[in-house]
Design a binder for this molecule. Structure first.
Ligand code: ATR
Length: 280
């Protein structure tokens, strides 16, 4: 249905925001469920992000997603930040509460775990060590999610060792840093391998890692989803490992926001995947 004057409104704040797939994703669900709502791109420059966030209640918006480069800066403009988002140090979902106050959440970790559960139903975080490659913003949310889900050991490897060390010091718990050069050996006995680096993305070289030491039942996933099957996933699939592509993380991370703003728990379906992929 087309939005009426009573439509519930939310959007995504980014700069630039034109590449965001979120309007298409939420638009699909609004149409699918016949909800009187709208989800719009909100192009907010960095020097106006706090002002824009504080204006959400005044504009009557239900909330917003937050994307690059605002995920860290928005924290200062919120009344309350959920504990997981605080630990990650970044917010991707803002909900305007009934009293007009602003709550920040981070649903990237939720999206990551839900995508694994959907794509590799036998996988359990507690089953064994996880190997995380890369130590950027995406890795942070994944490390927190894996630790919270009960991963007994998380082996963190990053080209720039310093960044991995700082992250491990900050997060503590099961996170253990290994040198980037130790990639092949780090896979020994692993139950999960996650690529959070940009390697393997269209236009970038593949992630350089030999999978020889990886147990045959270990799940391999990539947060890169252009292409959907990265060279890492193709190599893992060829040797029989279960693989989960990165598109599902994007789709699943959107679910909690949609439910909070529009009042219905949405589902990730093959039709949604196909619809979102039409633009990749
Ligand atoms: P995001 O916030 O999306 O995770 P990012 O902060 O730019 O993005 O992080 C990108 C990740 O890809 C980093 O772990 C980066 O490693 P460095 O910390 O050493 O920069 C990793 N990366 C980028 N190019 C790489 C390359 N050629 N080889 C290995 N890792 C690379």
């Amino acid at each position: 249905m087309l939005p009426s004057g009573k439509a519930l409104v939310a959007g995504v704040m980014g700069w630039p925001v034109g590449h965001s797939r979120s309007p298409r994703l939420h638009g699909f669900w609004l149409r699918e469920y016949g909800i009187d709502g709208a989800y719009v791109p909100l192009a907010v420059p960095p020097d106006r992000i706090e002002q824009a966030v504080r204006a959400l209640p005044a504009l009557g918006l239900r909330g917003a997603n937050v994307t690059i480069p605002h995920k860290e800066a928005v924290v200062a403009a919120l009344d309350r930040v959920e504990p997981a988002a605080r630990r990650i140090g970044a917010v991707n979902t803002i909900v305007v509460l009934p009293d007009g106050t602003l709550e920040g959440r981070n649903t990237d970790g939720f999206g990551f775990i839900e995508n694994l559960r959907a794509g590799a139903p036998g996988w359990r975080a507690v089953a064994g060590p996880a190997v995380v490659l890369g130590a950027g913003g995406a890795a942070r949310a994944i490390l927190v999610a894996l630790a919270d889900a009960g991963a007994p050991e998380i082996r963190l490897l990053n080209r720039t060792a310093d960044r991995a060390d700082r992250l491990a010091d900050e997060l503590g718990g099961p996170v253990r840093v290994l040198p980037w050069e130790a990639r092949p050996a780090a896979l020994d006995g692993a139950a999960l391998v996650v690529n959070t680096t940009s390697q393997g993305m269209a236009g970038h070289p593949p992630l350089d890692i030999g999978l020889g030491a990886l147990p045959p039942d270990a799940v391999v996933t990539d947060i890169v989803y252009t292409p959907l099957e990265t060279p890492l996933l193709a190599a893992a699939r060829a040797r029989g490992n279960p693989v989960v592509d990165g598109l599902g993380m994007l789709l699943h991370q959107a679910r909690p926001g949609f439910e909070a703003w529009f009042g219905r728990r949405p589902e990730v379906t093959p039709a949604l995947r196909a619809f979102v992929l039409e633009t990749t």
